[in-house]
Design a protein around this ligand. Structure first.
Ligand SMILES: O=C[C@H](O)COP(=O)(O)O
Ligand SMILES: CC(=O)C(=O)O
Length: 193
């Protein structure tokens, strides 16, 4: 989960993540650089790039036009979901409650983001939510540190985790690409364990 301030850093960021073994990156539209960064990275065949913090259907359309291969939203937004489905692009809506999971299911989706994961009770909450919703898979994000990653990844209902510590803003602004690579590699190592 990347918040990039300068789209000129997109290529270096992509290289750093790939070098660390990561295969997917969510570039958020929280900054003006987001769309340009998605466009810069979309052509890579070694990294699947998507858009995060997509709040409107228009943002979804722009992100998809820029090359986003998936779209992530903080909450469940029916218009954003419909725009992505119309374009045939994977959309992963944020959910925090059973009601929102049912909304996702009604929309034909079975992959959701659980956000903000740690603040909502972490892996124990996903385990409880997964019980009635068999077949739904979760991508927890929000406070997911290396210390708690194993708790999430041990759950069959967890498809992946998302986190921003790998690409902390101070690392990006200081262009500390080696540290980004080390953190990406550390995350991959925890996930593989
Ligand atoms: O989806 C994005 C979250 O804000 C990431 O949370 P985090 O910064 O706690 O890893
Ligand atoms: C938090 C979140 O889901 C997003 O920024 O897309």
């Amino acid at each position: 989960m990347v918040v990039l301030e300068d789209a000129r850093h997109a290529d270096a960021l992509g290289d750093a993540l790939v070098k660390g073994g990561l295969k997917a990156a969510e570039i958020t539209l929280r900054t003006a650089a987001g769309l340009d960064a998605i466009e810069a990275l979309a052509g890579r065949d070694d990294l699947v790039v998507g858009a995060g913090t997509v709040l409107t259907a228009q943002q979804a359309e722009r992100a998809i036009a820029a090359g986003a291969r998936f779209v992530v939203t903080p909450g469940f937004a029916p218009k954003v979901v419909a725009a992505c489905q119309d374009a045939g692009v994977l959309v992963v809506p944020g959910v925090a409650t059973a009601t929102e999971i049912q909304m996702a299911l009604d929309a034909g989706l079975d992959l959701v983001k659980f956000f903000p994961a740690e603040q909502l009770g972490g892996a124990a909450t996903i385990k409880a939510l997964a019980a009635p919703f068999r077949g739904v898979r979760f991508i927890p994000t929000g406070g997911v540190t290396p210390a708690v990653m194993p708790d999430y990844l041990a759950l069959p209902a967890v498809a992946a985790v998302g986190a921003s510590w790998i690409v902390a803003p101070d690392l990006l602004s200081a262009q500390r690409w080696d540290e980004v690579t080390s953190r990406a590699a550390a995350a991959v190592e925890v996930a593989a364990a």
